[in-house]
Design a protein around this ligand. Structure first.
Ligand code: GLV
Ligand code: GLV
Length: 327
């Protein structure tokens, strides 16, 4: 008989159809929001799971699902997984890298532009019927071309943003990362390595693309915001929790930095009311990878991981394979 899998959220019907050729599939095509206990209940008796960033897989869930062997995340980030607990339980984790890199880099760049040029704020003003005359400083923002962009987290997405800025807009690109890129990659991205402090002090646009971990929690808090230029913009397309949202709202309110663009939030889908109350921040609902072709590629890659695993092949994008092998 076919292995039993759970697809925890609604996804493309064609992906469900394909999975059905290999698996006995239970899917949440109604897209109900499940509690952790409900997710655990649904996972009981399943050997595989197709999850998204909003499905938490931790020791509690795993304890309820002894049959589970693999969770395939339809996201590059996987902070919804407790990898240690999954390894302990003998469960393989996979993610969906690479296929979303350029799409996500496009959106990061869009948020830089939208925040710096006050795109949404000015549109709201126009729609509210407030535009009745020309004024010299009306929605005057800061420049993109020729400015300095500081990228924190220089993985594939960070490199994509760097190339857009350096090659397309003549920006000076500086970056900070746990490890320095090799010289060839630095040259390709036209990016120079600097300390976190130098990046914050000199960048006109700071872009966050670091993965979330306890070590990157509140990478940007009050102290870091205080180092930034008063004219600077901050963009977060990484994860909520990388930025201290309350400290950021205070900095934006007091004009200690000029603007921000945020696609991710602490406690999303809730957004802190202090941020919602401000006009100098562009807020989007975690959509950086959201184009139809890319979302389909991400779902297909998650499916590829499940199919390969149950065929006894090496899945294309495992996370904890080495840890599992060494167990
Ligand atoms: C989206 O945030 C992802 O990690 O793919
Ligand atoms: C992270 O994995 C990235 O692709 O930047």
């Amino acid at each position: 008989s076919k292995p039993k899998i759970l697809v925890a959220r609604a996804v493309f019907p064609e992906v469900i159809t394909r999975l059905g050729q290999y698996f006995d599939v239970e899917s949440n095509q109604a897209d109900e929001t499940w509690s952790k206990a409900q997710l655990a209940e649904k996972l009981k008796g399943k050997q595989g799971a197709f999850t998204t960033g909003s499905d938490r897989i931790d020791a509690d869930v795993l304890a309820a699902c002894p049959d589970l062997k693999i969770c395939a995340n339809m996201a590059v980030g996987y902070n919804n997984f407790d990898i240690d607990a999954m390894t302990e339980a003998g469960v393989l984790a996979t993610n969906a890298p690479d296929v979303l890199t350029e799409t996500t880099a496009d959106f990061g760049f869009a948020l830089v532009m939208a925040a710096a040029r006050r795109l949404t704020e000015s549109e709201h003003y126009l729609r509210a019927g407030k535009w009745n005359k020309w004024r010299y400083d009306m929605f005057a923002g800061s420049d993109i071309h020729g400015s300095t962009m500081g990228i924190m987290g220089m993985g594939r997405i960070g490199q994509g943003i760097a190339k857009r800025g350096a090659h397309g807009f003549g920006m000076k690109v500086i970056y900070h990362n746990r490890s320095r890129l090799d010289a060839a990659l630095e040259a390709e991205c036209k990016a120079s390595y600097v300390s976190k402090e130098e990046l914050l002090k000199t960048a006109d646009h700071v872009v966050l693309v670091v993965p979330y971990s306890p070590a990157s929690h509140h990478t940007i808090g009050a102290a870091e915001l205080a180092m930034m230029k008063p004219t600077a913009t901050l963009v977060n397309i990484a994860r909520g929790g990388i930025v201290d949202d309350v400290a950021l709202a205070a900095a934006l309110r007091d004009k200690r930095i000029a603007a921000a663009g945020l696609d991710v939030f602490e406690g999303e889908p809730k957004v802190h009311p202090d941020l919602l109350a401000l006009s100098n921040v562009v807020l989007t609902p975690h959509i950086a990878s959201a184009t139809m072709p890319t979302r389909l590629a991400m779902a297909s890659l998650a499916a590829d991981n499940l199919i390969a695993f149950f065929e006894g092949k090496v899945p294309p994008s495992p996370i904890n394979a080495a840890q599992l092998a060494g167990k």
